[in-house]
Design a binder for this molecule. Structure first.
Ligand SMILES: Nc1ncnc2c1ncn2[C@@H]1O[C@H](COP(=O)(O)OP(=O)(O)OP(=O)(O)O)[C@@H](O)[C@H]1O
Length: 305
């Protein structure tokens, strides 16, 4: 019998998973899994819970919570030689990765996707000692994601980022960075750089429109030094997915990127503080097998032609 381990954050998304847990376990059992669950108790607990699940030879790990929980589960799995399949039950404030995989928001519908058991090997990113699934970046602007007070984030979701972002606009500063791509070096004064694995980040659905999740490439977006008016114009274009035509945006694809800067620029990794530059970003191609909707597999195949 196949064994499934649910690792869930009991506090995320108004305790949605906690309330639904008996139903989730029953559905998995009916589908032939021997299912058990671990409730996380705080920061870092999902990392060790995932490590333990790998050591115990589970066939499937179900990460239930927001992007923070999924990120921790991936940290617990990524270094291991044996990596079980990974399913996601989105129940957080931000569920960018679940959205990128077309996993439905409702817990019940997301469990049904697990039962359909379609899967794809997908890329994840690594920078220094951190893994990321959505995006990593740096620059004064990216610091706003962890400046948003968590209460505001819980109540307002993505809107909180925008409010805080607008408040921060007048204090935006450019910084000089050196960016080494696979075969090219760039030195620029920039407002921010984003290294994206998926195309849906922080509510911007089309930030990196060509990002594919299994091609081994990151999509790199660099916003050159701009004034406030230009910045607002580009942000407006970005909401419509039309920012790539701006002369202030550099867009590239690369497997490995090294970024250095002299001012101790902070790194943001999947929305959390991730240490200081320099950073070496490596794309681990098709490193983890994710359970995804059949429709997502068709969508990826369409991108290939
Ligand atoms: N029992 C717990 N109590 C408090 N915090 C926890 C608990 N379990 C895990 N956490 C922490 O909460 C962090 C965020 O949780 P998670 O990502 O699941 O949901 P969220 O805060 O609703 O959404 P998001 O992080 O996507 O905005 C996790 O990275 C983890 O460190």
């Amino acid at each position: 019998m196949k064994k499934a381990r649910i690792i869930y954050n009991p506090t995320s998304g108004r305790e949605a998973v906690k309330k639904e847990l008996p139903n989730i376990l029953e559905k998995l059992e009916t589908a032939g899994y021997e299912a058990s669950a671990h409730a996380t108790i705080g920061e870092g607990d999902a990392v060790s819970a995932a490590r333990t699940a790998v050591d115990r030879g589970y066939d499937l790990i179900v990460a239930a919570g927001g992007d923070g929980t999924i990120n921790e589960v991936i940290h617990g799995m990524a270094e291991q030689e044996y990596r079980p399949k990974l399913a996601i039950l989105p129940a957080g404030t931000t569920n960018d990765f679940a959205r990128a995989l077309h996993i439905p928001r409702g817990i019940d519908a997301a469990v049904d996707i697990i039962l359909e058991n379609n899967s794809l090997q997908l890329d994840i990113g690594k920078v220094n000692d951190h893994y990321f699934i959505n995006i990593a970046g740096g620059g004064k602007l990216t610091e706003l994601t962890y400046d948003v007070p968590s209460k505001l984030k819980t109540v307002l979701g993505h809107l909180a980022y925008y409010i805080k972002g607008i408040e921060m606009l007048p204090s935006l500063k450019a910084a000089r960075v050196k960016i080494e791509f696979d075969e090219e070096v760039l030195e620029e004064d920039i407002m921010l750089f984003l290294i994206s694995n998926t195309n849906s980040v922080g509510g911007f659905e089309k930030l990196a429109p060509e990002a594919r999740l299994n091609d081994g490439y990151f999509d790199v977006l660099i916003l050159k030094k701009t004034n406030l008016a230009e910045f607002i114009q580009i942000a407006t274009l970005a909401l419509r997915g039309e920012h790539l035509k701006s002369k202030n945006i550099i867009y590239k694809q690369a497997k490995r990127i090294k970024v250095t800067n002299e001012d101790k620029m902070q790194l943001n990794i999947d929305g959390e503080y991730g240490g200081l530059l320099p950073g070496e970003f490596i794309n681990l191609q098709q490193h983890i097998e994710f359970i995804v909707p059949e429709e997502f597999i068709a969508h990826q195949e369409n991108l290939d032609y």
